[in-house]
Write a protein that binds this ligand. Structure first.
Ligand SMILES: *Cc1c(COP(=O)(O)O)cnc(C)c1O
Length: 402
């Protein structure tokens, strides 16, 4: 390996990075499974996994080998040629998702852009001049212009007017509001929602996953496309390969990214049933989408998730973490919610400062979302022993805080 050492960053050194993130003053140079390490060798338990990305943990040896071997063989040829790894990756993803057609992209937002285009094409084909898409309050769908317009968070949209038009917003879980919208807008063609709102605070609908079944019925009734954003909830995160598999329904359009590449930037938009065949030659594309390397990573990630029974593990260990948190924090005014390895602890007050306390005093990496929700996104293949380690650090942290 080449040995390149970066000069340490000086505190007064001007940064050339756009200040789009408020970064924590720490960096990790190495990772292994559920743990991250700083240059001076300090070990941190990672219950964030790069925001639901490294579901199989850091530096997974099988994924690392696939990347290294493919990088030394062939990285990219373009979609002007057959790419056997892309065909194989699509086959795998179809197998675990129940979808028929797959388009590979490079990020979550880009996958949702594909879904929005599919919905518009679907409407156009039926003679709808200005097709509309229903979206939910508190949703998050990305940072591109169309996806930030679909997002139900004013902070994400502020300053970027004019937004992309023709998204109709309803409260998450409110079926009557959807029916009401249907009456008001005859040109609705699709609905786009997350099964569990991640950025919004780990929220399922008040009626739970049966909301998805209700939405499916309404979509059938009105001939709309049911589109699910499983960018965060996919790839085993919630204890099923996709969260909608907690129900009996299948969406028409499904998007995923994050855990699909275990850190390698890939995404996918998938279709089945009446959404199949809407995007033909010339109607969509991406130079980097489904490169030889990216496709091999997708194939290897799914294959590894299957071989390690990581989805079942996420269900079992996730359930254990939730049960233990509920028992150990029973005397505190907290609400623990989530499925599999997507867990939120709703605290009775704003707790953004917990991120730094957890990191500095407990060597634990967590995130706080929606102001007062401690968000846990540990690796889906985390062992029970590591879960106990997580619980000990977390319970101590919350007990000393509340
Ligand atoms: C992260 C996320 C996105 C955006 O994905 P990017 O890869 O950051 O573009 C969209 N939807 C959901 C539900 C997400 O969690």
């Amino acid at each position: 390996m080449t040995d390149i050492t970066l000069a340490p960053i000086q505190p007064d050194q001007p940064s050339h990075l756009m200040a789009t993130y408020g970064r924590q003053a720490i960096s990790f140079v190495r990772g292994r499974g559920s743990y991250l390490y700083t240059e001076d060798g300090k070990e941190y338990l990672d219950a964030l996994t790069g925001i639901a990305v490294c579901g199989l943990g850091h530096a997974h040896p099988v994924i690392a080998e696939a990347i290294a071997e493919q990088a030394a063989t062939l990285v990219h040829t373009s979609n002007l040629f057959e790419i056997p790894w892309q065909t194989a990756a699509a086959q795998k993803l179809a197998e675990v998702s129940g979808m028929e057609e797959i388009f590979f992209s490079n990020s979550g937002a880009e996958s949702n852009e594909g879904a929005i285009k599919i919905a518009r094409k679907f409407g156009t084909q039926q003679g709808v001049r200005l097709p509309k898409i229903i979206v939910a309050e508190q949703s998050f769908h990305g940072r591109t212009l169309a996806t930030l317009s679909a997002t139900g968070n004013k902070k994400v949209q502020d300053g970027f007017a004019p937004l992309v038009n023709d998204f109709i917003r309803v409260p998450f879980g409110d079926v009557e509001a959807i029916q009401e919208a249907a009456l008001q807008h005859p040109d609705i063609v699709a609905i786009l929602i997350e099964p569990i709102q991640g950025e919004g605070g780990i929220n399922t609908a008040p009626q739970g996953f049966s909301y998805l079944e209700e939405v499916r019925n309404i979509c059938n009734q009105h001939n709309w496309l049911m589109m699910l954003d499983e960018i965060q909830t996919g790839n085993g995160r919630t204890g099923k390969y996709f969260a909608y598999q907690h129900t009996n329904i299948v969406p028409d359009v499904l998007t995923t990214a994050k855990g699909l590449g275990n850190g390698f930037p890939v995404g996918a938009v998938m279709t089945q049933g009446k959404a199949v065949g809407l995007l033909g030659p010339g109607s969509h594309g991406s130079t980097y989408g489904g490169t030889v390397l990216g496709s091999r990573v997708v194939y290897t990630v799914i294959d590894t998730i299957q071989k390690e029974n990581a989805v079942e593990n996420a269900a079992i260990v996730g359930r254990y973490i939730v049960d233990q948190l509920r028992a150990k924090l029973a005397d505190k005014n907290v609400q623990v919610r989530g499925f599999g390895m997507m867990i939120g602890i709703q605290l009775p007050k704003d707790c953004a400062e917990l991120v730094a306390i957890a990191r500095d005093q407990h060597k634990l990496i967590i995130n706080v979302t929606a102001g007062s929700v401690v968000r846990l996104l540990p690796p889906i293949n985390m062992t029970q022993v590591q879960a106990d380690d997580l619980l000990e650090r977390l319970v101590t942290l919350i007990n000393s805080y509340l």
